[in-house]
Unconditional design. Structure first.
Length: 404
């Protein structure tokens, strides 16, 4: 069983929940050859095994249900405060279905109508749903204004799915949508633009990277750079807290000696991404961290194991264009990266670009493409999923350290 998760944002770009995309076994691609009942049962089983807090991070889990599973008692395995029941568009309206939805609504479960395409007025399941999802590819915003007005007049929460651009996000927001799903948040010029501040932050970190790239980096020079930034000094001391094993740390230079140069390099990159993302959705930083760890794990498992650090940096910096609101080539200008990283991030070429494509296929739940790319690197998709869950757990721990 493989799970991919796609974030669902509120208007303020906080994460409301994750839609879980899945397949139950290697031989199945999405729902091809696999009933939706078996797929949903598998994802629920997987959630129980992995733990809800790992996969959805204590947010809502949006899971697809057909009529068979809806009527069964499997729904009650998941707490009402965690689950959002997505009713597939293929569900046949019947009295048993309506009775079950009425029962679940009364029990406190949130119900969403998935990929809504019918005229809103008179649709027989509207009364039981709290959330109405519109797929913006199947039903572009300009074509659903009347349905949107009708749904809003009844107090429904509208979710725009497959939002791919800032323009779509802003238009949906202006029409009254409150929830948004898609990859618009990981692209440049999302909400607002403060390039000067972000570029200044980037340049500050580049001074540290420049020193770290020297044949014999100086702890003294590094300490002097870091000490000029109170926020960075504080963050570094928080990171070092566990590594110091209870010893009092009297100076930044002492903290750096505990960490070591390789670990410092990793954490400086992470802290840079966090600072650059201060005005962006936290999910973008989360995605960067997951990509960094997943890229490293894939590299270690393949002939690219000697490039594990390059793979990690490639994954971490793969959202730099969105963080800086500029194209990738401009974002990386002045950053002394290896040719392999630059080729992957700027030109989508080279061996590391295959790892990048694997990661993006995992994020989108594009299992067919994932299988093909995994074969190219001679790694199994089962292993990729194991690395993905490891990366999610690691990124969750780092996020708690960065933001708690």
């Amino acid at each position: 069983m493989y799970i991919a998760r796609q974030p669902i944002f509120k208007v303020n770009m906080d994460v409301y929940g994750y839609e879980l995309l899945f397949r139950a076994k290697k031989e199945s691609l999405a729902y091809d050859g696999l009933s939706s009942s078996a797929a949903t049962a598998s994802v629920i089983s997987g959630l129980m095994e992995e733990g809800f807090s790992t996969i959805v991070d204590n947010k809502r889990a949006f899971i697809n249900f057909n009529e068979e599973l809806l009527i069964s008692d499997v729904v009650e395995l998941i707490h009402k405060d965690t689950l959002v029941i997505e009713i597939l568009e293929t569900v046949q309206v019947s009295e048993p279905v309506k009775n079950r939805m009425r029962e679940l609504k009364k029990a406190g479960y949130e119900i969403a109508l998935d990929d809504f395409q019918d005229d809103y007025k008179g649709y027989p399941l509207n009364d039981y749903a709290k959330i109405i999802k519109f797929d913006l590819i199947r039903t572009p915003l300009e074509t659903i204004r009347e349905s949107v007005r009708d749904a809003l007049s009844e107090g429904k929460i509208l979710l725009a799915e497959k939002v791919e651009t800032e323009a779509e996000f802003l238009l949906a927001k202006s029409m009254g949508f409150k929830l948004f799903q898609g990859f618009f948040f990981s692209r440049p010029t999302i909400v607002g633009n403060n390039n000067a501040v972000r570029t200044s932050t980037r340049n500050q970190y580049l001074r540290i990277f420049k020193e770290l790239r020297k044949e014999e980096p100086s702890f003294q020079v590094l300490a002097e750079i870091i000490e000029k930034d109170v926020a960075l000094s504080y963050k570094l001391l928080r990171v070092i807290r566990e590594k110091s094993q209870g010893d009092l740390v009297y100076s930044i230079k002492k903290a750096l000696s505990y960490m070591g140069l390789k670990e410092l390099d990793r954490w400086i990159r992470i802290l840079m991404i966090q600072d650059l993302g201060s005005e962006k959705p936290k999910e973008l930083v989360y995605v960067s961290l997951i990509r960094s760890k997943l890229a490293e794990e894939i590299a270690v498992a393949t002939h690219l194991k000697n490039a594990r650090h390059e793979a990690s940096m490639m994954g971490l910096f793969s959202t730099l264009d969105a963080l800086l609101d500029m194209d990738m080539e401009e974002a990386l200008r002045g950053v002394n990266l290896s040719p392999r990283i630059s080729e992957a991030l700027i030109h989508s070429q080279g061996e590391l670009s295959v790892i990048r494509e694997i990661i993006e296929s995992q994020e989108r739940g594009d299992w067919q493409k994932l299988d093909l790319l995994a074969t190219v690197l001679n790694v199994s998709e089962e292993d990729v999923y194991g690395y993905y869950m490891k990366a999610v757990r690691w990124a969750k721990e780092v996020m708690e350290l960065l933001y708690d």
